[in-house]
Design a protein around this ligand. Structure first.
Ligand code: NDP
Ligand code: GDP
Length: 320
């Protein structure tokens, strides 16, 4: 029998890679999409005819119940969220409503309509925030540093709670930063690769940045969606850290991206306090031993390969 999956956040970076993966495995894919005046389809243009879209919003409980009823899914992947940390200080209430309470809304829709469906929640390494141990693993206590991180902690625990309260197959993937040519341009990796490409082509003069000392554990989104799927194929539901086990500074990222197009970043990068955050997450480094051992998950794309892939893609997009 054909398996059915409902994916929220289908138009985002991860939604697009996950949809590709599920389609390649023969799933019927339903995508929850919110109504926008101009459709946001860039990431899924190439597969949009293979996806059945259902209109809905994480803030609208009835639309989620309808989405679960219509799709009658075997698996539900909750990827939708206000996902940008920077914006979460400017829109803390909306972030709490979608990134936090939105998880309860979709869990309730599943519990009331199709409780046996398997559920994946997109948790985040931002929950570790001001880290209390390094590297961070499943047992590391949370100390979020932004309204986004706080909302993700709520989403994480409500997922655990529904598993324990209602015996639902609900998993939470604590994913460290993952990037790709489909990453939003406000995130630091894409901002940098896009700028390196623009400056190389004479379309931009400088790049204004915040804290170059922050360290992140950056992986490739295409590798990470495989872990989401694996989490829902186990005998029992559990939570897993997904990471590369390597950390790099923002400065290293800038150096590799500019170096790839033959430029010295120091000639172009300007520090602008506008991009310095009210509270910073200084260092993230994940230990994904559990995922490697129990899920058999493995990483394919390394940091340098990821950055150069993104620069190449941005060069190509700008030249077309
Ligand atoms: P994106 O920002 O690329 O995608 C977010 C998606 O959520 C978009 O499809 C967006 O729709 C949708 N969305 C936002 N608000 C709502 C809402 N109220 N109702 C319905 N849909 C909504 O994020 P990513 O793909 O990078 O990330 C996927 C998930 O994983 C997110 O929950 C994110 O917080 C989490 N995560 C991501 C990490 C990363 O490094 N990428 C790390 C850890 C966790 P629209 O196109 O209409 O805006
Ligand atoms: P995050 O880890 O989810 O917050 O992912 P981001 O890509 O938004 O940011 C990663 C790190 O880069 C954070 O520590 C930011 O403070 C740092 N950073 C430095 N300059 C910038 C910038 O101009 N934009 C963004 N988005 N982040 C920046």
């Amino acid at each position: 029998m054909t398996k059915k999956a409902l994916v929220t956040g289908i138009t985002g970076q991860d939604g697009s890679y996950l949809a590709e993966l599920l389609l390649s495995k023969g799933y019927k894919v339903f995508g929850l999409r919110r109504r926008t005046s101009v459709p946001i389809m860039e990431n899924i243009e190439h597969i949009k005819n293979e996806i059945e879209f259902i209109e809905g919003d994480l803030l609208d409980q009835g639309s989620l119940i309808n989405a679960v009823k219509v799709s009658n899914p075997d698996e539900v992947y909750n990827l939708a969220a206000q996902s940008f940390v920077g914006t979460s200080w400017g829109q803390p209430v909306l972030t709490g409503q979608s990134t936090g309470i939105g998880v309860t809304n979709i869990l309730e829709a599943v519990r009331l309509t199709k409780p046996e469906a398997r559920f994946y929640q997109a948790s985040s390494s931002e929950m570790f925030g001001k880290v209390v141990e390094t590297p961070q693993k499943e047992t590391t206590p949370f100390y979020p540093r932004s309204p986004y991180g706080v909302a993700k902690v709520y989403g994480h625990w409500i997922t655990v709670n529904y598993r324990e309260s209602f015996d639902m197959y609900a998993c939470s993937g604590i994913l460290f930063n993952h990037e790709s040519p489909r990453r939003g341009v406000e995130f630091v990796t894409r901002k940098v690769t896009d700028a390196a490409a623009r400056i190389k082509l004479g379309l931009q003069k400088e790049l204004r940045m915040g804290n170059l000392d922050a360290k992140r554990d950056w992986g490739f989104a295409g590798d990470y969606v495989k872990a989401m799927w694996l989490m829902l194929q186990q005998e029992t539901p559990d939570d897993y850290v997904i990471s590369t086990g390597e950390t790099h500074t923002v400065e290293e990222l800038v150096e590799i991206a500019f170096g790839h197009v033959g430029l010295n970043w120091r000639d172009y990068v300007v520090i602008d306090p506008k991009f310095v955050r009210p509270a910073e997450v200084d260092l993230l480094l994940g230990d994904c031993t559990k995922a490697k051992e129990k899920l058999g998950w493995k990483l394919e794309v390394g940091f340098e390969q990821l950055v150069t892939m993104m620069v190449e893609s941005d060069l190509k997009k700008l030249q077309n």
